[in-house]
Design a protein around this ligand. Structure first.
Ligand SMILES: O=C(O)CCC(=O)C(=O)O
Ligand SMILES: [Fe+2]
Length: 347
């Protein structure tokens, strides 16, 4: 349901789209054995329960056993919750295996593999992040924003979770835009940035292992991409304006490198203000789905050499559109180096 990029910020789509999520109090008072509050969390006509977590982002969904063949009402309720809360959390989905996770992704669109990182053996799309092999995503990013039509959603499943630590944090980039001072909003509305997978990887992290550095160089950037995106992307489904930055954003077009770096820092700091975030304490079998068009995320690297394995499937996205209706464009794709083919580890 694409909408005009020039949509007003108070889009009626936002209002109608989410009306079903919160039912009027009156409708639930007669239900025996269930409090008004509990009843109000349940999406009409389903068992789907939606429990908001932080004030601006995140909801836990209960009453659903995730699968690729969920009924239409459940699937619609989940999709609505995803658009409203930006990241949704499901506990206890231990029944899912890799194939079923991939088939679950099909509910949201076409699953898509990472453009440079090899898929996990025996799967069609799945990316595994294993802490033992440097799979620690400990800098703020939007997945794969170095290509134009980067994924609309990511579905992450926890396989091995450390006894303590290893949480993930998400930030709502629509709320971040909304809460910018008006002058700053007006200032960024017309700006564009270059995103690349060849960004300053080492600068984003306090320390990196040799294996991670080699992997970044030989696998992650085996094909180099550069894409020009608007700083403010109009969300194709909700009409919200979102700030599109994160660690792949290398520079702001038309500014000196010093001004660009300062402005990137200033805006990124607004995005990750704690008020815009939600943090999840994982258990094995949890599944988290985020709207990759309206969020950034960060995997907290505080668990030392404990094991942590998560698996991700992404869903194909569409090309971002700016407030004035211009589309993002990938300007550089440098073909693969042969060396990458010999590296099998997908972390
Ligand atoms: O390890 C995590 O919690 C998140 C990893 C990540 O950045 C991703 O799956 O896209
Ligand atoms: Fe990520």
């Amino acid at each position: 349901m694409n909408i005009d990029a020039n949509v007003k910020r108070e889009s009626p789509i936002e209002i109608t789209c989410f009306r079903r999520l919160v039912q009027p109090v009156e409708s639930s008072k007669e239900v025996i054995g269930m409090s008004t509050v509990e009843q109000n969390r349940i999406v009409e006509g389903t068992n789907v329960e939606v429990l908001p977590i932080a004030g601006r982002i995140g909801a836990e969904i209960r009453g659903v056993k995730l699968a690729g063949d969920l009924d239409g009402a459940q699937a619609a309720a989940i999709r609505e919750a995803l658009l409203k809360y930006k990241v949704i959390f499901f506990r206890g989905q231990n029944h899912l295996d890799d194939a079923e996770q991939e088939s679950l992704a099909g509910l949201f669109g076409a699953p898509v593999a990472h453009p440079t990182v090899p898929i996990k053996q025996g799967t069609d799309y799945l990316l595994e992040l294993n802490s033992a092999h440097g799979g620690r995503a400990d800098s703020w990013h939007t997945d794969v924003s170095f290509v134009d039509a980067y994924p609309q959603a990511s579905i992450l499943r926890a396989v091995v979770v450390p006894e303590s630590g290893g949480d993930t944090v998400w930030a709502n980039t629509a709320a971040a835009y909304e809460h910018l001072p008006e002058h700053l909003r007006n200032f960024v509305d017309g700006l564009w940035a270059v995103h690349s997978n060849e960004y300053d990887y080492a600068a984003q992290k306090p320390s990196i292992t040799e294996e991670a550095a080699r992997y970044y160089k030989e696998v992650f950037t085996s094909t180099k991409y550069e894409t020009e995106h608007p700083l403010v992307r109009v969300h194709p489904e909700t009409g919200e304006r979102t700030l599109l930055l994160g660690h792949f954003a290398k520079r702001i077009i038309g500014l000196s490198s010093a001004d660009s770096a300062n402005l990137l820092t200033l805006l990124q700091n607004h995005i990750i203000r704690l008020e815009n975030t939600v943090r999840w304490r994982w258990a094995a079998g949890d599944v988290v789905i985020w709207d990759n068009r309206a969020t950034q995320h960060y995997a907290v690297n505080d668990y030392g050499d404990q094991q942590r394995i998560v698996r991700r499937v992404t869903v194909d996205g569409d090309v971002p559109v700016s407030i004035d209706g211009r589309k993002s464009v990938t300007t550089i794709i440098t073909p693969s180096q042969p060396a990458a083919a010999s590296i099998e580890e997908a972390s």
